[in-house]
Structures are given as C-alpha cells and as structure tokens.
Design a protein around this ligand. Structure first.
Ligand SMILES: Cc1cc2nc3c(=O)[nH]c(=O)nc-3n(C[C@H](O)[C@H](O)[C@H](O)COP(=O)(O)O)c2cc1C
Length: 320
C-alpha cells in the first residue's frame, strides 16, 4: 500500500521533505502544505516552498514525488493557483477541502467549502476541463464535513462523477479540528460508496495500525500520515522494510533524527537572523518528536532561550 506524507503547514516545508526523503525514505509521495491566494495572486512564500521540489523537469526525490496542494473558495481562486502550479511543471495537484482553521473556514475554504455543493461542482467541472488533455491529475483531501457527515455524503455523487485520481478522507468534522473521535462508521460508508481510489488519513502512529487498515480495508489505495511521521520519521520505511515490522533500533533512529536536524538547522541559520527567529523555526522540528527522544533532552530543547542553550541541549541528545 502507498504511504503518503500528509501536508502540515509550518512543519513539512520543502527542506523538511527533502531531508526526510533522503534520510528516512519509505514515503511514496509528499503532499506540500496548501498554496493560497493573497491579494489575488498565488502567495509567493508558498510558491517558493515547492520550487525546490522540482528541478530539471522532474521531482527531486528519486522514488517519491511532491504533490502541491491548493486551497480555494471559488473557481477563480482555484484557476489562479492551479495555473501557477502547472506552470512550474508539476503534473499532480491536490485540492484541500478539509482545513479546519477558523481563518480559512470562515472564508469558505477548506472544511468551510464542504457544505457548498454548487461551488464544489463548479470546481470539479474546472478539474474536468484541466484534465481533459491528460497532462495533469487532481486529487481531493477532505473531511466528512464542517458540522455534519451529511455534507460529505451530499457531495459524494458530484465527486464520484469528477475525474479525480483519488480522494483522501480524514474522517473527522472541521469543528473537531484535530481531536476527538474519528467517525469509523461514516468512514466505512464512504469507503463503500466512493468510486475513486480512497486514501485513509487520521491518527496513524504505528506499523501495526497501517497493517490493520490494509487488511481490514483491502480496497484502500493508501494511507496518509501526518503527525505519526513527524513523531517517528522512520514509520513509513519501517512499514515498507519488513512484513513483520522490525523496528530500527532507538540508537539508529536517534542518529538519523540528529542527521536530519543538522540539515534543517543549517538551513534555518542561513535563512533567518537572530536567535529567536532561528529558534522559533528549528524548534518546530522537535515539537512532535517527544515519543522518539529521551525526555530530559526534549525538555532542555524546548526550554532553550538562545542558540548557546539550544546547541548544548541538542548535544546532550547526541551523548545519550
Ligand atoms: C499544524 C498542522 C498543519 C496542517 N496543515 C495542513 C495543510 O496545509 N493541508 C492539509 O490538507 N492538511 C493539513 N493538516 C492536516 C494533516 O494533513 C492531517 O490531515 C491531520 O493532521 C490528520 O492526520 P494525522 O493524524 O496523521 O496527523 C495540518 C495539520 C496540522 C496539525
């Protein structure tokens, strides 16, 4: 089964994706955090982020690809963003209908679009137009609804008729954000009624869980993992490596985490200025890693107030 790295705004940046692919691997595709419209144009910062993923006419990662994602509340926004991505040479684009951030939902984007069948239909028609010559593919990443799972089931006939490569479903509601129970009953109904290849997303943290989904839902096209991969970057490679899920040793995992950190830290130091800016960027690398590193060092890293303290905290990890 395919393993896809979920887009996580502020975490899975271009430099993170590249370092992860080279150091850990096991991921079939990296979904970039969403590109949005700002003042009527694609946001420059988002465009720069995907730029490095596509060099010399191909995705930079051997054996994996980057799929840029867009978020839009109208066909007009959708077109502006899709055009910008196609112009960069990408041939696959994901459309976000799941973001629960109030800033986006209140502007009718992400999960805020799920109740608007008319706009979704118009966007699906645009997808049909853009995919007609076969040069670009689209997928959708969605939740069950903003307020009720009825929203996803009202949309499903429209989505079933659209030429989508696949749908990724995170079976929560937008109003739940990232917490609360996953609605497995609604997931199973969606799995049965969806005519496109379906990818499951939500709360996967172990190889055992991936295998359970694989055997329980044999029609699944893949698993998309976000926080589980941030917390244990080896998860996808471990799943791919062995049928019996042999874990890498904690020592090797720590070593690879430190190698990956080295790359991201170097990038942060050459990109940002001043301790607090550099620290605020590099500390997000550690945020979800608590389960994979010793507690004492984790606390020290979190507390570090300047680069001196930070370096000492990271070095203490190296001596564990
Ligand atoms: C901080 C953060 C940023 C996220 N940014 C995006 C995003 O840009 N696009 C998107 O489709 N989902 C985004 N998500 C949702 C994740 O891709 C994923 O659907 C969610 O975390 C559930 O999967 P998980 O339990 O494997 O993490 C974000 C989630 C978090 C926690």
């Amino acid at each position: 089964m395919q393993v896809l790295f979920a887009p996580l705004q502020g975490y899975t940046t271009g430099i993170y994706r590249k370092a992860h692919a080279e150091i850990f691997g096991g991921v079939d595709a990296y979904y970039a955090p969403f590109l949005r419209v700002e003042n009527g144009r694609p946001r420059e910062k988002d465009l720069r982020d995907i730029e490095g993923d596509f060099e010399s006419g191909r995705n930079f990662i051997v054996g994996a690809k980057t799929v840029p994602q867009i978020i839009a509340n109208s066909v007009d926004e959708f077109k502006v963003l899709a055009d910008a991505i196609v112009q960069k040479g990408f041939t696959e684009i994901d459309f976000n209908m799941g973001c629960p951030f109030p800033m986006q939902v209140s502007r009718h984007r992400g999960a805020g679009l799920l109740s608007d069948t008319q706009t979704v239909k118009a966007i699906m028609d645009e997808i049909a137009r853009l995919t007609a010559n076969g040069s670009v593919k689209f997928s959708v990443k969605m939740r069950l609804g903003q307020d009720s799972p009825d929203e996803a089931f009202a949309l499903l006939p429209i989505l079933n008729d659209a030429p989508l490569a696949h749908i990724t479903l995170h079976p929560r509601l937008g109003k739940q954000q990232y917490k609360g129970a996953i609605d497995f009953t609604a997931f199973v109904r969606f799995y049965e009624e969806c005519r496109h290849p379906l990818v499951y997303n939500g709360d996967i943290t172990t190889v055992g869980q991936i295998r359970k989904m694989e055997s329980g839902y044999p029609k699944l096209a893949g698993i998309m993992i976000g926080r589980g991969l941030l917390a244990r970057p080896s998860l996808a490679a471990e799943y791919k490596a062995a049928a019996d899920a042999v874990s890498i040793s904690e020592r090797d995992l720590l070593g690879k985490i430190l190698t990956m950190h080295g790359r991201l830290y170097e990038h942060a130091r050459s990109t940002y200025q001043g301790d607090s800016q550099i620290l605020s960027h590099i500390k997000s690398f550690w945020e979800y890693l608590e389960p994979s590193i010793p507690k004492k060092a984790f606390k020290k890293i979190k507390k570090a107030g300047n680069l001196g303290e930070y370096d000492a905290a990271v070095q203490s990890l190296d001596m564990e």
